[in-house]
Ligand binder design. Structure first.
Ligand code: GDP
Length: 426
């Protein structure tokens, strides 16, 4: 059986913690899209870790961690991540990398930086991890697949062609140093050596695993609003963030995905540019940012302060719908305990009209939040394990949001640790 853990919003909803928690009962955990541009933060018995490429199941010895074909694979970063874990006492995880995954090349990272520089004020706020140039090449059919590393003739030919094409842009568009074919080939050889122990025909491995009734978790990166088709285009990421894409990015039949756990944070945060209707500013935002997450709302990859806002029912309802949510995991609720009153965005006002269906980007830019204020609970709810023991105003907040978004909140997370979770019946 396959379960997906995905985000309803802009990412940073706490998917890492939920995956890490669900991984206890899983056999295989798979990353199916995205790359090292975002990070999951996980707190467990080994300490606090930021994962960028590895799935959140790597801390258990009973699980196999898979990097699916849909991932933007940065090989040196993956190796470094493995070394960081083992260096801090985590047992060497079982890792498989799809032979069909494509490789983030050093020039992808350069092009990402150069393009952001060129765009100046109009830049996307990219993490400069090479993700957009990587996926552009993948779909332009000029990328390097892991399997190709083991075909020397093809590798030589492709390296030459690539250098030719990239150097035109480097010279004439960006006015930057050109790349050298021999150096590129040497890099590819070093990647081959690094990745060889992990390479696997993943879809066939998963086919066997399904026949053996294994439990498989798909771990999404970012959230619905960053999906290139259904998100806030063009301020989106370059691979699909939806559970449905899990079937493609891992190599599974779509009908095997039985549960879709969509993670929603009890307030909003976003990184990068783009419309963010319920955004707050100034001291109000700074306080939420400082108290948020586990040690503040700062990017796990970049350390950048995240943009902050109140919970957005319009965006989250849409985010849950596009994921095909069976369960909502409502996270970081404990953080809101300091507020006397908690505003929630229940609708958007666009040109004098109130809507609750998330609009296309051009309309979204004009949207103003319609806020409803709920009473706070003014206490620390960490450590509570039963839903009924939460303060009444806290339960009212959860139930109000559940009604607004229209999907069942079956898990409430009230702390960063594995055990900080309250289960609710549907
Ligand atoms: P992801 O990319 O969706 O996994 O999100 P992040 O890694 O940015 O996670 C959000 C942050 O919130 C991390 O620092 C987590 O440790 C933390 N976190 C997750 N769930 C909770 C929770 O229920 N309460 C608190 N206080 N922090 C949480």
């Amino acid at each position: 059986m396959v379960k997906a853990v995905v985000g309803a919003n802009w990412g940073d909803e706490g998917k890492g913690k939920i995956t890490d928690m669900l991984a206890k009962e899983a056999d295989i955990i798979i990353r199916f899209q995205g790359g090292a541009n975002a990070g999951h933060t996980i707190v467990n018995d080994y300490g606090k870790f930021a994962l960028h490429t590895l799935p959140s199941g790597v801390f258990y010895s009973h699980t196999t961690s898979v990097i699916g074909n849909g991932v933007a694979l940065n090989i040196p970063m993956l190796i470094q991540e493995i070394e960081t874990l083992t260096g801090r006492g985590v047992p060497m995880p079982r890792i498989l990398v799809s032979d069909r995954a494509q490789i983030v090349m050093p020039y992808h990272i350069l092009f990402d930086q150069y393009e952001e520089e060129r765009l100046g004020k109009k830049s996307f706020g990219s993490t400069k991890s090479g993700i957009a140039p990587f996926y552009s090449d993948k779909y332009a059919k000029t990328g390097f697949q892991v399997s190709e590393l083991f075909d020397e003739e093809l590798l030589k030919e492709k390296a030459e062609k690539t250098v030719e094409m990239k150097n035109v842009l480097l010279e004439h568009l960006y006015h930057k140093p050109s790349i050298d074919g021999k150096e590129l080939l040497a890099t590819l050889h070093s990647y081959r050596e690094m990745i060889a122990p992990y390479v696997c025909d993943v879809s066939s491995y998963l086919d066997r695993a399904l026949k053996e009734k294994k439990t498989i978790l798909l771990e999404g990166q970012l959230g619905t609003l960053k999906d290139p088709d259904h998100g806030i285009y063009p301020m989106v990421t370059s691979s699909s963030t939806l559970a449905a894409y899990g079937a493609i990015g891992a190599g599974l039949p779509p009908y095997e995905i039985k549960e879709i756990v969509t993670v929603c944070k009890a307030y909003s945060s976003a990184v990068g540019a783009g419309a963010f209707v319920s955004e707050i500013f100034g001291e109000e935002a700074e306080e939420l940012r400082r108290r948020g997450g586990d040690g503040g709302e700062y990017g796990a990859t970049t350390g950048r302060p995240r943009r902050m806002g109140w919970f957005d029912c319009v965006a989250s309802k849409y985010g849950c719908r596009l994921q095909g949510t069976t369960d909502v995991a409502f996270t970081v609720l404990d953080v809101l305990g300091y507020l006397d009153e908690i505003p929630v965005c229940v609708a958007y006002e666009i040109d004098g009209e109130e809507i609750t269906d998330f609009p296309v980007t051009a309309k979204l830019e004009k949207a103003k939040p319609v806020l409803r204020t709920l009473p706070g609970w003014k206490c620390d709810i960490r450590g509570i394990r039963e839903y009924e023991k939460l303060p009444e105003n806290c339960r009212n907040y959860v139930e109000f949001i559940e009604k607004q978004i229209g999907y069942p909140i079956t898990m409430v997370s009230n702390g960063p640790g594995r055990d900080d979770i309250i289960y609710r019946k549907k």
